[in-house]
Design a protein around this ligand. Structure first.
Ligand code: KIV
Ligand code: ZN
Length: 521
């Protein structure tokens, strides 16, 4: 085909909101270091926009947005903001070091939100939106405007407010299905109406942002693209409020796999980075990936039925519509072992996307050697877990030194734990309902803290009986919740490490809050 006859391919921007809307999912809280590690990976994945947080919502979020803004180079980095002066100015301050800064301003537009939440009239909402966009525009060029609950808003009111914010300088117009209420055909029709009738609609990027309450977030996003939308807001693994957001990996692979349907569009995603990104997020947040999750679940490319296996062996495409390598899946490949040296270790980490500057390589290599003594084969998943642990390591007040747990069908489980606290060794014992319970009670006695364990989960990081167990626990103290992570070939040990990690994170938060109080407003 000659250059003249090649159809033009439009870029569909991928706007990743894992660090903002995704983080709003219960238990997905990430600290600034964790967000930074994710942001670096998102840049490698090739996303166009990173929504790094909601700067005005907390000091922690402000710090995280600032760090991401100062670090990533290619994607636009933005912060969410309400139509309030303090929000807008805080968001602008947070992204000031970004190579490509932006702001995302939102206000609700449905009558139900106006009447019961905002207590504002349509005119007042329109004025607030235009005022906030104009204010932001004085400081930076890239302004996105979102009409929260757009899918339940009156279409002609949306036309009015969008025309007004475009005149004030908005570059991207987002039409969120905030409550996951939309149905693909109707949502696509809404976009057609908006694009055709909004003044200046041809000058902006139209954007979709869907929630998955009816399991339709990906379908709605794809319908929006077919109707002319050129930005998809989504999250890795589809994490987010309630049932989550549009899943990045699903929507990207649908566009790529069905080129016959989406002939004139493409994303800039480096699909081979999908799997590592998905696993990294799961390691950091402790939110497991369901085994049947499309694209990244353990069973996504597994063929169980004999007839399927037979077909795949004869010709892969009988049952496979995508190649596992395309999404970066090279699972359970033995990569290293006890005799592997530092060189091989560093090289393999680089191959899976972890650069030496991102983690303390000496410590990571020590942990690798300790793991290789307990476990014969080390897989990429093990290395990813080591790297995530290293990168999110924070100053440690508590260090687990010793653990002894006994249990039998005839005896009450009993744990003895020794922990170094601020350099001083402390030992305590406890009994419990099970071994993990006994161990956690002993740790709580040593820490002397009022801690509630709100969630506990364990999963095998790889296959095999010597696989590492990855434990994640959500721990709350005085209203502050953190997720602790631990990995070990012994799951009681992994549980203790996860709990101690949570204690260190809580301590880190307390110290950070204290520093802010000392510095003053
Ligand atoms: O779901 C939603 O409406 C949002 C907006 C803030 C864009 O997340
Ligand atoms: Zn949302």
């Amino acid at each position: 085909m000659s250059a003249e006859t090649t159809p033009a391919i439009d870029r569909v921007q991928i706007f990743d909101t894992t660090l903002r809307d995704g983080e709003q999912s219960p238990g997905a809280t990430m600290n600034a270091e964790e967000k930074l590690m994710m942001a670096r990976q998102l840049e490698k994945l090739g996303v166009d926009v990173i929504e790094a947080g909601f700067a005005a919502s907390s000091e922690g979020d402000f710090e995280a947005v600032s760090k991401v803004a100062a670090t990533v180079k290619r994607p636009i980095v933005l912060s969410l903001a309400r139509t309030r002066e303090a929000d807008v100015m805080r968001a602008i301050k947070a992204v000031e070091k970004a190579e490509r800064p932006g702001i995302h301003i939102f206000i609700a537009t449905s009558d139900i939100h106006l009447k019961h939440k905002l207590m504002m009239s349509r005119e007042e909402v329109l004025d607030a939106a235009v005022w906030a966009v104009s204010l932001a525009k004085k400081h930076l060029d890239y302004v996105e405007f979102s009409a929260e609950d757009a899918s339940r808003s009156e279409p002609d009111y949306l036309v009015k407010i969008f025309s007004a914010v475009i005149a004030a300088g908005a570059r991207t117009i987002n039409v969120p299905d905030t409550t996951g209420y939309a149905i693909p055909n109707a949502y696509a029709d809404l976009f057609r109406h908006l694009i055709a009738n909004t003044e200046g609609g041809d000058r902006v990027i139209w954007s979709t942002h869907c929630h998955n309450d009816l399991g339709l977030a990906v379908a709605n996003s794809l319908a929006a693209v077919a109707a002319g939308v050129r930005q998809i807001e989504c999250t890795v693994n589809g994490i987010g409020e309630r049932a989550g957001n549009t899943s990045m990996e699903e929507v990207v692979m649908a566009i790529r796999t069905r080129r016959d349907v989406f002939a004139n569009v493409d994303t800039g995603i480096v699909t081979e980075q999908i799997y590592p990104t998905s696993r990294l997020l799961s390691q950091i947040t402790g939110i497991p990936i369901p085994i049947n999750k499309p694209i990244v679940g353990d069973n996504a490319f597994a063929h169980e039925a004999g007839i399927h296996q037979d077909g795949v062996l004869k010709y892969k495409e009988t049952y496979e519509i995508m190649k596992p390598e395309t999404v970066g899946l090279q699972s359970n490949r033995i990569v290293l072992g006890k005799h592997s040296g530092r060189h091989a270790f560093v090289d393999r980490l680089k191959e899976i996307g972890v650069e030496p500057g991102q983690i303390d390589m000496n410590k990571a290599f020590e942990r690798f050697k300790a793991l290789a003594d307990r476990k014969k084969n080390i897989y990429d998943e093990d290395l990813m877990s080591l790297a995530a642990e290293g990168a999110t390591r924070i100053p440690e007040r508590y260090e687990l030194l010793y653990l002894n747990v006994t249990s039998s069908s005839m005896a009450v489980p009993h744990a003895t734990v020794k922990i170094r606290v601020d350099g001083e060794e402390r030992l305590d014992h406890a009994t419990g309902d099970g071994m993990v319970d006994a161990c956690y009670k002993a740790i709580k006695k040593i820490a002397g803290a009022e801690l509630q364990l709100e969630r506990y989960g364990v999963n095998a990081i790889t296959g095999g009986t010597d696989a590492q167990g990855g434990v994640s626990c959500l721990v709350r103290e005085n209203g502050v919740a953190v997720t602790g992570q631990g990995a070990h070939t012994d799951i009681i040990m992994a549980s203790a490490l996860a709990f101690v990690n949570a204690l260190n994170k809580l301590e880190h938060r307390k110290r950070y809050q204290q520093q802010l109080r000392n510095v003053g407003p």
